[in-house]
Design a binder for this molecule. Structure first.
Ligand SMILES: Cc1cc2nc3c(=O)[nH]c(=O)nc-3n(C[C@H](O)[C@H](O)[C@H](O)COP(=O)(O)O)c2cc1C
Length: 209
C-alpha cells in the first residue's frame, strides 16, 4: 500500500456558492436530505470533537438524532470522556463526510444538555437491548473485558431493576455559530463556503481550497 500514491479526484458534482441560501441551516438541511435520499450508509454519523480542561482535543463518531430549531442533537453518556470534556468546555465541532457525494460539512458551536424530559422520551424509543447497555456500561471507564458489562446486564435483569433512563445518560444539542460546506472539485479546486454568525447575522464567505 503506497498511501502517497493515492490521489482521488473529485468534481462529479457542481456546486455554485452564489446560489445558496442566506441561512446555513437551510443548506445543511438540503445536503442532509440529499445524503438520506442517496441512501448513504450511516449518513447521520458525525465526528464530534471536544477539548478537555487541559486544552487537549479528541474526536469520536456519534449519531445525529435530530435537528431542532437548527440545533443538532446527539445522545451519549454524560460521564464519558466526551461528557467530561463538554462539562469543562462546551465548545465543540461536528464533521460530516459524505464520500459518495464528495461533500464535507463542518459545524462549530456551543453544546448544552437537552432537558431530561426530552432525553427520557428518546430513551424510551430505543430498543430494550440498547437501553440495558446504556445502564450497564460506564462509558469510557477502564474494564477488564466486555464480560464485565455482559455480567452487569445479566445482574440488572436478574435483580429486576427497572429499565429506566439513567441520570448519567442523555442528549446534547450543539447550537451552531459556524458552518462550512465543502464540495470536491477537479484538480483540487474544491468549492468551500463558510457561514459565520456575527451579531445574529450569518456572514457568507467563500474560502480558497
Ligand atoms: C458509527 C458509530 C456511531 C456511534 N454513535 C455513538 C453515539 O451516538 N453515541 C455515543 O455515545 N457513542 C457512539 N459511538 C461510539 C463513540 O465513537 C465512542 O467510542 C464512545 O462514545 C466513547 O467516546 P469517548 O470515550 O470519547 O466519550 C459511535 C461509534 C460509531 C463508529
Amino acid at each position: 500500500m503506497e498511501l502517497a500514491d493515492l490521489r482521488p479526484d473529485f468534481g462529479k458534482y457542481t456546486f455554485n456558492p452564489q446560489l445558496t441560501p442566506e441561512h446555513p441551516d437551510q443548506l445543511f438541511s438540503i445536503w442532509l436530505q440529499k445524503a438520506s435520499d442517496a441512501q448513504l450508509s450511516e449518513f447521520n454519523a458525525m465526528v464530534l470533537s471536544t477539548v478537555n480542561s487541559q486544552n487537549k482535543p479528541s474526536s469520536r463518531i456519534v449519531l445525529l438524532k435530530s435537528v431542532e430549531n437548527n440545533r443538532l442533537v446527539f445522545f451519549t453518556h454524560y460521564e464519558s470522556r466526551k461528557g467530561k470534556d463538554l462539562a469543562a468546555n462546551p465548545n465543540a465541532s461536528l464533521l460530516f463526510f459524505w464520500k459518495e457525494l464528495e461533500r464535507q460539512v463542518r459545524i462549530e458551536g456551543l453544546v448544552e444538555k437537552i432537558p431530561f424530559s426530552q432525553t427520557h422520551q428518546y430513551f424510551k424509543s430505543r430498543p430494550f437491548e440498547s437501553q440495558l447497555s446504556a445502564i450497564a456500561s460506564p462509558q469510557s471507564e477502564p474494564i477488564d473485558g466486555i464480560e464485565t458489562i455482559t455480567r452487569r446486564r445479566d445482574d440488572i435483569l436478574k435483580a429486576g431493576i427497572p429499565i429506566e433512563c439513567p441520570s448519567n445518560w442523555g442528549g446534547y444539542a450543539l447550537t451552531p455559530t459556524y458552518y462550512e460546506f465543502w464540495q470536491g472539485g477537479r484538480n483540487r479546486l474544491h468549492n468551500r463556503l463558510s457561514y459565520h454568525l456575527n451579531k445574529n447575522m450569518w456572514n457568507k464567505q467563500q474560502l480558497a481550497p
